[in-house]
Design a protein around this ligand. Structure first.
Ligand code: NDP
Length: 440
């Protein structure tokens, strides 16, 4: 194993997100967006035109004081049971152990891959509850009825968790042989020395509590699966209320369920993602994973549960085609890079770099620098199109996701320019488009 020369934890010298003002705006602005979006699509009130009946005072009437949330035993019991139960499954269910990428101290972390066992367990629990409650599923109804309050609980939880993670990053780790302590590996982008910035980006790269890898767990379990469960709660609510299911809500629930479980079951692929290899685990990821994903990505299903749409078969076929095309690009481009990095696909054109790795500039990776992002975005578009054209609100996901992916591409480019130097320039002239061929 090759230990990197220089200090183990280099200082972060440049700020992303426009520095502290940007970080503070995101820290407080995005939770607000999350709550307002949730409130804008309710059974008794939802925005129809271009925010024509938007009434912020009416929305705010439904929000209780902070103390009410902090002391609400019922909401905390529901959320902590969900989070704690999944953590328990994560460490106890059987799985395969695989190594992560090499860290700067020359070591590799071991990860337990048990998405199949977890998925099977969750489906079994849902099936048993369905049988026992004869389809009433009170937990799903609770989730549906208390979505905004639960959203606020997860936002508070993300804050608390990120304070804990920041403090934990200063505690030295015990060495494996039990003799003395060692430095933790910190994120190259979250070690500036500025408390607010490091807390936001995340100071430690891979914080763990015993066998639980907190970052990978939060990335793939409580938020992603809650997204699926909220969609199921919307579908269930709609069915209980009307006795029927429209094809739009069915499409959204099935398509997003497929996407969620594709992520959960391909967890090994996550180990090479920027979130795991580069970003620290702080407020940015904790809030994104735990609150933003489940409570804003569910907007389409929530909307369709209050404004049902039944579209024609050709339109359904059109949506399925966009989703299938997006998924094909997303999946096969990610697989192509992964196979190439494992020494396969040697016939494809690539650039040798001084860093020792090769940059693929053929196949999907010859069309644009991130065809995988384009595929992912097409998938998001198919879900938004399933909500019709009554309000721009349900297109939030595609808009937000485009912003996220463009920003992510720019962050990755910045890091790659540092990592690869002149070789990156060669790569850019071979593959000039960033995400969408001939457009951007
Ligand atoms: P990429 O999979 O594009 O990985 C970028 C990294 O891959 C670079 O830092 C570089 O790392 C390496 N790389 C870049 N270009 C090449 C090349 N031509 N040949 C070989 N290696 C290359 O990005 P992400 O990790 O951000 O995303 C992975 C997937 O996750 C995407 O499909 C994305 O859409 C999805 N995603 C989904 C999100 C969601 O909310 N649904 C959020 C974020 C991502 P190095 O050289 O160091 O190996």
């Amino acid at each position: 194993m090759s230990k990197q020369a220089g200090p183990l934890n280099p200082k972060t010298t440049s700020y992303e997100f426009s520095g502290i003002p940007g970080v503070l705006a995101i820290t407080f602005g995005l939770p607000l967006v999350c709550v307002v979006l949730n409130q804008m699509v309710r059974v008794d009130y939802h925005v129809t035109g271009l925010f024509s009946n938007f009434d912020i005072a009416e929305l705010w009437n439904h929000i209780k004081p902070l103390k009410w949330y902090l002391t609400n035993r019922e909401l905390w019991t529901y959320y902590l049971t969900w989070f704690g139960g999944l953590a328990l499954f994560d460490v106890t269910l059987p799985g395969r152990n695989v190594d992560g990428v090499e860290l700067r101290d020359g070591t590799k972390l071991r990860y337990k891959i048990n998405g199949i066992a977890l998925t099977t367990t969750l489906i079994a629990i849902l099936g048993i509850r369905w049988q026992l409650t004869k389809g009433a599923m009170p937990e799903l109804q609770y989730l549906y009825d208390n979505q905004t309050d639960l959203c606020i609980i997860t936002i508070i939880f993300s804050f608390l968790m990120s304070f804990f993670l920041y403090a934990l990053s200063f505690v030295p780790l015990m060495k494996k042989n039990g003799k003395g302590t060692k430095e933790r590996v910190l994120s190259v982008s979250g070690n500036s020395g500025n408390i607010i910035y490091d807390w936001f980006i995340g100071r430690e790269l891979n914080p763990r509590l015993g066998p639980l890898d907190l970052k990978l767990f939060c990335e793939l379990r409580p938020g992603l699966l809650l997204w699926f469960l909220i969609n199921v709660a919307c579908l269930h609510h709609h069915y209980v209320q009307t006795g029927e299911l429209n094809n739009a809500i069915l499409f959204v629930t099935l398509a997003q369920g497929f996407y969620v479980f594709d992520g959960v079951l391909n967890e090994e692929g996550c180990l090479t993602m920027m979130d795991i290899t580069t970003d620290g685990f702080g407020y940015m990821l904790a809030f994104g994973d735990l609150a933003l994903v489940p409570f804003t990505y569910t907007l389409q299903a929530r909307y369709l549960s209050v404004s049902p749409i039944t579209f024609s078969r050709p339109y359904l076929a059109f949506l399925i085609s966009i989703m299938a095309l997006g998924y094909y690009i997303f999946h096969s481009s990610n697989k192509q890079k992964s196979d190439f990095r494992q020494g396969k696909l040697t016939h494809l054109k690539s650039i040798d770099t001084k860093r020792g790795t090769k940059l693929l500039c053929d196949g999907w990776w010859g069309m644009s620098q991130h065809m995988n992002y384009f595929g992912d975005w097409l998938i998001s578009l198919s879900w938004c199109l399933a909500t019709g054209f009554q309000t721009p609100l349900t297109y939030y996901y595609s808009l937000y996701f485009a912003t996220l992916l463009i920003h992510r591409q720019q962050r990755d480019e910045h890091l790659c320019k540092i990592k690869y130097g002149d070789d990156w320039k060669k790569y850019e002239s071979a593959v000039p488009y960033k995400i969408v061929p001939y457009v951007y």
